[in-house]
Design a protein around this ligand. Sequence first.
Ligand code: 5GP
Ligand code: MN
Ligand code: MN
Length: 477
Amino acid sequence: MELRQIDDYRWEIPQTGAMRVPGIIYADAAMMAALQKEEACRQVANVATLPGIVKASLAMPDIHWGYGFPIGGVAAFDMDEGVISPGGVGYDINCGVRLAVTKLFADEVGPRIADLADALYAGVPCGVGSTGGIRLTVAEEKKAISQGASWAVKRGLGDADDIDRTEDCGHMAEADPEAVSDNALERGRRQLGTLGSGNHFIEVGEVVEVFDPAVAARFGLAEGRITLMLHSGSRGLGHQVCDDYLAVMAKEARKSNIELVDRQLACAPVNASAGRRYFSALACAANFAWINRQVMLHLCREVFMRVFAKGPADLGMRMVYDVCHNIAKKERHEVDGRVRDLCVHRKGATRAFAPGHPDLCAAYRDVGQPVLVPGDMATGSYVLAGCDGAMAETFGSACHGAGRVLSRTAAKKAARGRELFSEMAGRGVALRCQGRTTAAEEMPEAYKDVNSVVEVVHRAGIAKKVAKIRPLAVVKG
Ligand code: 5GP
Ligand code: MN
Ligand code: MN
């Protein structure tokens, strides 16, 4: 495939054939060399063929192959002429990351890290079909997924500040439980407050580097502080919503005469009935995921208080932020000097709104949105802040992680003969997970180097580095 280098961090796939816009990939030369051989580049071009796509089919440096759309992809569609696609959101609707910071310091936590890891592993249900302590009637579940994170807070599982520091206050108003199948409701009913499996994690970390002290202070981050990071999504409910609507969209695309270069791009006009219905169901799943992460934060606070024998004030576990990284949102953006209403798909991409954006909570409005970028279980993770470049170029989006380099199968093969648990312990990380397979699939080498991924978005002016966090304990689903 033809690729044109724009500058050190930007590459263009020129508009050819059925493409309606060009593709733009953010990467450095080394990443690009590796990527060029991959199907993911083709996927960026494929997305560019969809009706109503605006400006460009974008990919962040954590790009890798995904279902239809690449992971690390951002695509915005015109609200009148464009489409919405479940493949552009991903199976785990509103999979996302939540970061909290405590008043504890590393010297206090270090000696107790094994106990803390055990207690978190025991305290938050994990694994594929795991169920939690919250039992709901169908009516209550419908109420919950209509309300989002505030539903949990009303039940005493968090406070108003948690809500304030969650993207969109943990609520998509378009949620309509009638658009969610009984099957999806059933799969979610006992799963609020559960981690899930594989890539999802709970991580205790230590802030090891501060790049922007003023912004870090606003986020509550300072060197040596202990953090808690949660990565999870909408569990069986979101997965089922995606499945249900992929089937619907396959039919809709045919009905609307949308030519699909790949069947996995199944989509429907965003403003017609099927598109709207999927959006209403997606909003329910997004709300479910926010409640899920809110409940888990509550469970983790309890674990920390127990392990360190501290009350809430002394522990001071405060939200930094909660971001979605698998979502479609209706947003207003300026494109070529014109304000337009768009449906922005972020699949393995994070919102990165710049300072001054009206949708940011008051606490961060003048410094920009916290962008949470987990790396891997040993290398570390970053907190960035959204910049003007994101508003100008990427519909206010940045990367969502380091991104996979090895498939799960390849990772398992590469891990053969290695003792990952003791290796991690040797690197100062207490790892807890259900089995050796998960550990192998999730080993650090399965992911790109987060340092170089973050460097790309930082240097491209999309999101700037604020702080780096090193993992001390990781619980994997
Ligand atoms: P995804 O949602 O695409 O599965 O994962 C998001 C990102 O999380 C991955 O791209 C990877 O960089 C990062 N990640 C995966 N496992 C871990 C972990 O155990 N700890 C941290 N900090 N990051 C991880
Ligand atoms: Mn997920
Ligand atoms: Mn995720």
